[in-house]
Design a binder for this molecule. Sequence first.
Ligand code: FAD
Length: 641
Amino acid sequence: MASAKISHTDLLIIGAGPSGMMAAAWASQYNIKTRVIDKNHARISKGQADGLQVRTLEIFDSFGVVDEVWNRGYRDSEMCTWLSDGENGIHRSQRVLLQKVGISRYTSVAINQAVIEQTFLDLVSQKGRFHVERNMLPECLSLIESHPDDKDCYPINITVRHLHNPSPLRAPNGTGKDTRSHVQIKEDEDSDAAKEQQTGNAEAIESINAKYLLACDGAHSWTRRQLGLVMEGEQTDYVWGVIDIIPLTDFPDIRTACAIHSSTAGSILNIPREDRINRLYIQLGLEDNSNNRANINPRTMIETARKIMAPYTIDYKYCDWWSLYKIGQRISPKFSVSNRVFLAGDAVHTHSPKLGQGMNVSMQDAYNIGWKLGAVLTGTAKPSILSTYETERRQVALELLNADREVTRFYARNVHKTPSTPAAANGSEPETTNTPNFKLIRENLHAFLAGVGITYPPSILTSSQTTSPHALHIPLGARLPSHKILNQASARPIHLATLLPSNSHFRILIFSGNILSPSQASLIQNLTTPLESLIQKYPPSTIDILTIHSSPRTSVSIFDFPPFFRGPFDEVLGWDYDRIFVDDIAAHDSECGSAYQRLGIDKEKGCLVGVRPDQHVGWVGALGDVEGLGTWLGGFLVAKV
Ligand code: FAD
């Protein structure tokens, strides 16, 4: 018999996949009352997503958790295209760099989703001192009208069933030679049988009241359905296979990312992974019906792969995971309801895995809403900032779906084409003279695919989208480009981005220019009082000040700056030596000495830059424009009373 319990939380996160865990990471930084519930008994252990783009790695670094994935993941640098040679084989037709040189301090890596989830589980349990509550099945959602500024209101109620002894939703790993594990196509998770299995084991009922709800419950989002949001877009009925194996092959580019197109047998996307594993996405050219599904297994998938890669051979003895998926691009009409319920990740957008974006865009959705919820719940920011989640992230999802359509067309150029099976019937478009060129696609999309080109539109948080004349290469609304600078006190080279950890703080970067010039020195002096009173309007730790000057390092010391720029003097710890930096050359690091030039900032005059907690630039102005800076901050921050 179910027992009832009533509880309250500030933030309830449903789903502990990549997006839910990213949101939990933010919650751990803000120290807000948070619960994360998941219907599954454990995190995934194999399969699903495996690609991390450079922006995601930058975000991991901002939480201090990049090392494991960066060191263990497979670092991709190139991608090759193989096409039919017109006879019985294939040849390499293109080799492109996966990302432009200099856009980030990282390159993309391939690593299993399980490692990502575990990394964030560890972070949350250490920093936030909370854990994911598993075997929790939400059953009923209600949302009442509430005033956005009402801090004490719990407008969301979720009834959750605590499952007593739930069986795993996913089949346990096999031990057979061919298949170590098999995950069914996603739709099965919502089957009646699965629900019965779960509810049959139920024990207690809990009624959770929450101020805010973040739904990260995947492509078949229960929350989305409760809210009556219907996904829009198209989905074909044709399945692709995805398989993780240690390949035994004579194909020369097996450890390079490759798109392989045969003349008649279909296409493969090959992604080398950690621990000698390769992920193959294989176009099977089969309709998704029970008959076909029953006949698809790792052996039949590799048979198809062999035909596509002929005359090269491929086989395996170790298969880590396999699954099937359907191509489609779908998006939810809304990403939030009443600025109280938010949906992120696969819950609001699904697409093919070919661009390796699913996990990235999902985590970045949560990265976007996570700090906003934290800032509102701690009373740092006005609730109106929450509206920017949908305007910022839905646009990114739409762009992703367009990119995915374009790439799907590319992979479709050499599908089975027989008189009785027109190409379009295989879930793809026929080859035309307009068939896209892969190199061009990647060139056009490179900044978007790397995640560093995402630029949020003007809003309460982003003052404009026109580049400021004071910093010609700092795109407003985009993440701050990072270049190497030196610590003034120690001469240690450091990437600008590492000064902006995800710890909830806004930042004012003072590019003070050449402070050896008397006029610039007096400008800096005059800046002190208005800047100090601006910062003091807000609670401590809301805004950090960092200074980067452009005078020769050895001609200046931190004591040439007013005390305010060095931060408060601590009776035990002394001055904070990590507040003043210089754009100058370094004896041991050739990357230093060009930050001003690369950011398009005048080395004499400098400028002011306002940065959000997610490292996106919200405001740029002249060095003396503290009033403009104050107007920007005053638009969304809550001043002290
Ligand atoms: P998910 O990772 O789906 O996480 C959702 C979480 O919510 C899960 O932990 C789930 O248990 C939980 N949950 C779901 N419903 C409820 C509920 N009602 N109550 C409580 N908890 C709930 N991407 C690729 O890039 N390449 C691939 O090859 C690839 N293959 C995939 C294969 C499969 C079988 C699946 C399911 C996904 C695959 N993906 C792939 C997609 C990729 O995994 C997702 O884009 C990414 O995980 C999105 O993260 P998310 O957190 O939004 O959703």
